[in-house]
Design a protein around this ligand. Sequence first.
Ligand code: NAD
Length: 439
Amino acid sequence: MKNICVIGVGYVGLVTGACLADLGNSVVCLNRDQTKCDNLTKGILPIYEPGLEEVVRRNYEAKRLDFTTSYEKALKDAEYVFIAVGTPSGSEGEADLSHVTQAAEQVAKRLTKPVIIVNKSTVPIGTGDWVADIINEYKLNDVPFTVVSNPEFLREGSAVYDFMNPDRIVLGSTQRQAAEKVAELYEPLQAPAIITDLRTAEMIKYASNAFLATKISFINEMANICEALGADVKEVARGMGSDRRIGPEFLGAGVGWGGSCFPKDVKALAHIAATHGSHPQMLRAVMDINYDQRKRVIQKLREIVTHFRGKTIGVLGLSFKPNTDDMRDAPSIEIIHMLQHEGAQVKAYDPVAMDNAKSIMRDLTYCDSPYEVAADADALVLITEWNEFKQLDMTRILKSMRQPVLIDGRNIYDPERMRALGFTYRAMGRGHDANGQPL
Ligand code: NAD
């Protein structure tokens, strides 16, 4: 059993804290908000993440997991301090490191015994060295410490599973021994550890996210070519993905990526590359293709309904992907904004993200079900592929709409079936129908 402090109780911090406690360690999670702490002790989580509530409750009851706003309490016995705070985009696309800086300063001022500072936040290359500089500058006692970069690869929606079943653990440090001590924490997970230097570990995270974003932008570009030439991108992705060198994941064509990681990480990597004399032209294309996909949905809709003024458009799904309530850089935000800008009334439904969406988008009608969204709508746009949208009574949906227009932004429906039911149906890159019309 090790004593661990985790700073930040978001998707990464809370999952890391709860899962490390579940592996038998004693973990104190620090955050700045007393109400959040009080809620966590009652099993009320600040985020929606399947399965996490149970892990938190189990470990809190077993007294392996605690929550505090006090750095003194959190650091009292800590041998490891995990920094898992947010690193959002700054105004120029750079990573905003103010939260990491604050956390490092606060830790430094209270260091009384040797610790390993483990950086879990996704940070630009060189941040580990910078955190070490901050600690050296602010520490009041002459105690040794080491910074280890340990980027996180979990996915929202399956974060607990991903943390417990990692493909690899990446660790970077100037001192291999410190990286190995962090690797010991993960030993029960039996995943290979890749131990390298600080900067390389930081780069592995950015490169991984940039590659996955590239894969999605790539298939979206293929979808657009398919659409022009009458091929079906779903079949193309199936054919490509069966090749083990390519693999089937991240080959779903649609409205593109969003969320709290890909947009800011690709931007931050492009920014740091450009400011260090590199010319990240592929990363820029990856971002351009992605943002164009959102506009493509509007264009598809425009081709059918001609204009949006006075029209009611229903939106199915708001979160940036299924199984999360995360609305950060969700494609729905930009699509809804474009529709409203051109005069549409928008109605929307999402199984879990509506509370978060309400704080970002106030002037739309939030509905209690997909059927309420469809009622009297001039068109329906599916943006997030929640499972519950795959099983809808589409005849009921069709009958309640003013015009039976369906834009399937994630290619979840069968085009032929939708057409047979009577929808004017459009998907993303699924070729042509018998009359040469795009599907
Ligand atoms: P989040 O916004 O959900 O959580 C951040 C947490 O940090 C919040 O609890 C916030 O209150 C806290 N915080 C901020 N400043 C603080 C401070 N000075 N002291 C104490 N607490 C502070 O963010 P997240 O999604 O958990 O992401 C955290 C980091 O992990 C980011 O760098 C992100 O890029 C990276 N990451 C995220 C994911 C993901 O899927 N969300 C996956 C891998 C890596």
